[in-house]
Design a protein around this ligand. Structure first.
Ligand SMILES: [Zn+2]
Length: 348
């Protein structure tokens, strides 16, 4: 009776490392945390002992505060040994933020996927002092509430450069199928997708460790967002494809070290949940679209709770992702309202 036997999700550590301290996950692998100034208030970072120096996985948001914590970590748990290599799982600011600082100030090599590097460098250079028309059009097309849009327009737009340190030219590329040696282990590189394009994950050949970035998280579902850069993107399809592919690698004894929340085991079950969550959300959404509705009118069926002001932006880009998916698979039609919002309605 093997096959679909799945064990539960377990968390070997009930508590995360304190600021400036590390937890030794296993020989040569340290787990640390950096703060984030948002609802999700932390990002996990890892250091792998390469003998002469360290490889670090992800770097936190760029700020003087996080760099001070990095300096504390380097002088403390990292024992003054140099950080020679920085591996970035994906291009989001909480992961890539200090990579350029490690390159230019510490002489570290940056290792990441080509898409991650191109996005991170492009967005860091793309500084907008005022709101681009395309972004405003995108918000209107998603049905953003006028009071939310007006409030946003009063502030300077968010710029990657606000939270990502300048990135010098040059990186080392990793791609699907590569093997990389870090921390005395060989790791298979498998690319995820959907939360961020060409998101790197690492699967140890020598023990049970998986470095999963934000592709696989323990107790929260990674955000799948659509942005003005590609308004018709379908990250839900990309996500499901990647999760179904990674699911075939998952073992119950894997210890998964993700970008947020706690390390865990029980990966086969977690992969199933990560896939099922979106099928569930799509089913509820389709029911809700018996009437024509904009993406911004779909929060309740998608998230099953009221969205607070601070979560509105993430909720909106995720709602667009889900209506786009239903549109691409031919389950809904859409019409444009006079104010520019696309209204989606179930077929038949
Ligand atoms: Zn993240």
């Amino acid at each position: 009776m093997d096959g679909d036997r799945v064990s539960g999700i377990r968390y070997p550590w009930a508590e995360p490392p304190a600021p400036g301290e590390a937890v030794e996950v296993t020989e040569g692998v340290l787990w640390m945390r950096l703060p984030l100034p948002m609802a999700l208030d932390h990002v996990n970072i890892y250091a792998l002992d390469d003998g002469e120096g360290w490889t670090v996985i992800d770097t936190g948001l760029s700020s003087n505060k996080t760099r001070r914590i990095w300096e504390t970590l380097m002088g403390g748990p990292l024992k003054g040994k140099p950080i020679t290599r920085v591996v970035v799982t994906h291009h989001h600011p909480d992961h890539v933020g200090n990579a350029g600082w490690f390159q230019s100030e510490h002489g570290a090599e940056l290792v990441t996927s080509r898409t991650s590097w191109l996005f991170a460098r492009m967005l860091t250079l793309d500084v907008q002092e005022t709101w681009p028309q395309e972004t405003l059009d995108f918000y209107r097309s998603a049905g953003m509430a006028p009071e939310v849009l007006n409030a946003r327009m009063k502030d300077r737009p968010f710029n990657f450069a606000d939270t990502v340190y300048p990135m010098p030219l040059g990186f080392a590329r990793i791609k699907q199928g590569d093997v990389i040696r870090m921390g005395g282990r060989d790791w298979d590189v498998h690319m995820g997708n959907g939360h961020a394009p060409e998101h790197a994950t690492f699967w140890s050949r020598d023990d049970n460790l998986v470095l999963s970035g934000d592709q696989i998280l323990s107790s929260i579902s990674p955000n799948l967002g659509v942005y003005a850069t590609e308004p018709m993107a379908d990250p839900v399809s990309a996500w499901l494809e990647a999760c179904e592919r990674l699911q075939t690698l998952a073992r119950p004894d894997h210890l998964v070290l993700g970008g947020h929340k706690l390390p865990f085991s029980g990966l086969p079950l977690r992969m199933k949940q990560l896939i099922d969550n979106h099928h569930g959300a799509l089913g509820r959404l389709l029911k809700h679209l018996d009437q024509p509705r904009a993406a911004a009118d779909c929060f309740l069926p998608l998230f099953k709770r009221t969205i607070r002001e601070g979560e509105y932006g993430l909720a909106l880009v995720e709602a667009v992702a889900h209506v786009n998916h239903l549109y691409h698979i031919g389950a809904v039609t859409r019409t444009q309202r006079a104010d520019g919002a696309w209204l989606y309605q179930r077929k038949g």
